[in-house]
Design a protein around this ligand. Structure first.
Ligand SMILES: [Zn+2]
Length: 717
């Protein structure tokens, strides 16, 4: 209306008890008039006949009374029936020529939503208003609908009227605006409700902003990238050299990773880590799943350093070095000297100056100074206090274990009930927070947690203090037991790999015993681990040991192909290459024949005796049997490789002359020879003979100690 330069008003009409006061005869007449069929009108008549109502006051229901007007409240048909009444009102209003607003050639008289009625006026003269009042009165008399002027409102619309705006339009008071059907009318004229007093919540005070984790400075990134390139070059060298799997893992850890580790200790985790870790695993042993390459060899691993875990452990170790300084209060100052002591001190100093070394007295030696606090500790302490002024600095570091990973990456502590003053700028402290988060809560169910037991009391006491405010003598007096070794922290972080290894070992023991799934193998696991540990210390070449280590983890080359098949024959594919190649294959059986020949006559042995390094007879020395088992597994693996040599060459397009004997025969001979070759190599290369091996019985199987030297016995005499 304002756009079309029209002045007018809208009357928001309130009909008192609209549904309850409808005159039914009026309703039926309107229905018939608007074209409802006789049948429909009769159905409506039937619906609205014999209506009763009762009222309930304080739980007491009155007697029912007949009602003679209105549609049924709550009846789903009632709104539709009422629309006939609203249509009658609309038509009646439209029949009055002075009512309505004409905008762009269209005349709008009224709008209706059930009993909610708005009447539009452009002529606000007394005659029109009188006409409106009488029109509504006539409608009321006909339909039983009574307009309630006190609850009806008039709102001026469009261009403001010339002169002072009226306060009433006929019986209707003029108001600046109304809320009709939940919408303020006219739009935009109603003042906004006053804002609720703002409650200062943590979220309001410190809105969550998803920051990108800040990048390391450019020079750090450049140096890290150079280190990573150097690491890959060193790995290539390690791969070229003739090492065992253990040797490649050791050399990769010590020679290739060390330079990056030194750098990463003082910076964050290198962003190249996701590509580096698989590259390292490929260089060491491409056929072994990367997590199984880590861990100590005496526990069944291959000794590769878990790069990510180790870097995090170094950062975690920095925390454990920082904590004792943060938790211990500064030493108390020495007591002041009395006047007499000061006088005597001065006197002695004067005499010293006059007499030099002739002076018979000496100043009492000053107490030894307290060991200086490292400068980085002072810096870290002040930075933590600056960023988290309401939290004890030590608690900031420990609390990172409970925060969310995204927050910790940005140096933010996301703790309940903690006001966040600031986040830590990127740097060593942020890397420490990340490390603490990776290590997790200090007191957990993990059996490795006691390694951090010295930090647990600190945590408990700090929690009991309810986030203390730092003061001049802040914080509890705690004694910590110093830093936690990086090795222990690495073990905590690398625990998932250890779990995988344990599961593989259990599956290996189950396969060796052909044990049912529900049998408890925990005791056998302990015995196997003990034997494996002893086997690791056998002074033979690591290339002899590696096949057994791989066999126990089911990580042999080609073992990931399913279904697995052997080159020995056209036998159907077998489910487990491990079982076939290292026990059932004709090539493996050739090695077993050598074992049987070497053992005392009538010694029965099973797969479990060989695979789990368990001596089958008291006549066999355990150390010798461990060597024999490792040699047997290595020989079987040698035979397996020999067997595959020809198919692999043919697949590569190399045509070799046909062998004189069958491939299985040739591989079996090679495997059996390899077994004895390992034993001969061991005895020949051992000078001087270790103490454990000098006690071998002179009549034992396989290896004997004679005249201070070791000899191999191919068959008992
Ligand atoms: Zn086979």
């Amino acid at each position: 209306m304002a756009t079309h330069n029209v002045t007018g008003a809208t009357i928001f009409v309130d009909i008192a008890k609209a549904y309850d006061t409808v005159d039914r005869d009026f309703l039926f007449a309107v229905m018939a008039c608007l074209g409802a069929s006789t049948g429909m009108v009769n159905w409506a008549r039937l619906l609205l006949s014999n209506t009763c109502a009762s009222v309930q006051v304080n739980g007491q229901e009155s007697a029912a009374r007949r009602t003679h007007a209105g549609v049924r409240q709550g009846c789903p048909l009632a709104p539709y029936l009422y629309l006939f009444v609203a249509q009658a009102l609309s038509s009646w209003l439209r029949a009055q020529p002075t009512l309505g607003v004409t905008v762009a050639g269209v005349r709008f008289v009224s709008t209706h939503l059930a009993d909610d009625t708005q009447i539009h006026l452009s002529d606000l003269s007394t005659a029109t208003l009188t006409n409106l009042t009488s029109t509504l009165a006539a409608f009321g008399a006909a339909s039983g609908q009574t307009i309630n002027p006190a609850k009806s409102k008039a709102v001026l619309m469009g261009r403001p009227p010339a002169g002072a705006p009226p306060t009433t339009l006929g019986p209707f008071p003029v108001v600046p605006g109304v809320v009709s059907l939940g919408i303020p009318q006219p739009l935009g004229t109603m003042p906004d409700p006053p804002p609720a007093p703002a409650r200062l919540t943590r979220a309001a005070a410190f809105p969550r902003v998803a920051h990108e984790a800040p990048a390391a400075p450019a020079h750090v990134q450049t140096t890290l990238a150079a280190r990573c390139t150097g690491l890959l070059a060193a790995l290539a060298t390690v791969t070229r050299l003739p090492f065992s799997t253990f040797g490649r893992a050791f050399n990769a850890s010590a020679y290739a990773l060390s330079t990056l580790l030194y750098h990463a200790e003082f910076t964050r985790l290198p962003p190249q880590l996701p590509t580096l870790t698989p590259a390292i695993a490929r260089a060491v042993a491409p056929h072994i799943p990367p997590p199984l390459l880590t861990g100590r060899p005496r526990e069944g691993g291959f000794g590769l350093l878990p790069l990510r875990e180790h870097i995090l452990a170094r950062h975690g170790a920095l925390v454990t070095r920082l904590l004792p300084h943060l938790l211990q209060p500064p030493p108390p100052p020495p007591p002041p000297l009395t006047t007499l002591q000061r006088l005597w001190r001065w006197l002695v100093q004067v005499l010293h100056r006059l007499l030099g070394s002739w002076c018979p007295w000496s100043v009492a030696p000053a107490p030894p100074p307290a060991p200086p606090v490292p400068q980085w500790t002072v810096l870290a302490d002040s930075l933590l206090r600056h960023c988290f002024p309401t939290v004890h600095p030590a608690h900031v570091l420990l609390a990172a274990a409970f925060a969310s990973p995204a927050a910790v990456q940005q140096g933010i502590l996301d703790m309940p009930d903690m006001r966040q003053a600031c986040m830590l700028p990127p740097g060593p402290l942020t890397t420490m927070l990340i490390a603490m988060h990776a290590l997790g809560p200090i007191a957990g169910p993990d059996p490795l947690r006691p390694l951090l037991a010295h930090a647990a009391p600190a945590m408990q006491e700090l929690e009991a203090c309810h986030w203390p405010s730092p003061g001049p003598h802040h914080g509890p007096t705690l004694v910590t037991h110093g830093p936690v070794p990086v090795r222990d922290l690495t073990a905590i972080l690398n625990a998932p790999a250890a779990t995988v290894r344990t599961q593989r070992h259990l599956a290996f023991i189950r396969a060796a015993h052909a044990a049912p799934a529900r049998r408890d193998l925990a005791p056998q696991l302990g015995a196997f681990r003990t034997a494996l540990r002893a086997a690791w210390y056998t002074p033979c070449s690591n290339t002899v040991k590696a096949p057994l280590w791989c066999l126990a983890l089911d990580a042999l080359p080609g073992a990931r192909f399913r279904p697995w098949r052997c080159a020995c024959s056209a036998a159907p594919p077998v489910p487990s290459g491990r079982l076939h190649s290292h026990w059932e294959c004709p090539v493996a059986q050739a090695v077993r024949a050598e074992l049987t020949a070497g053992l005392p006559p009538n010694t029965l042995y099973t797969r479990a005796h060989v695979w789990l390094l368990d001596p089958p007879s008291p006549a066999v020395h355990p150390a010798v049997w461990r060597l024999v088992c490792m040699a047997a597994v290595a020989a079987m693996d040698h035979g397996r490789r020999h067997l595959w040599r020809r198919p692999v060459a043919e697949a590569a397009g190399v045509v070799a002359p046909a062998p004189a004997v069958s491939p299985v025969q040739a591989a079996s001979t090679a495997a059996a020879s390899h077994f004895w070759a390992v034993l001969y190599e061991f005895t020949a290369g051992l000078h001087p003979v270790p103490a454990e091996w000098t006690t071998l019985p002179p009549d034992g199987a396989f290896v004997r100690c004679l005249n201070g030297g070791l000899v191999v016995v191919r068959a008992p005499v």
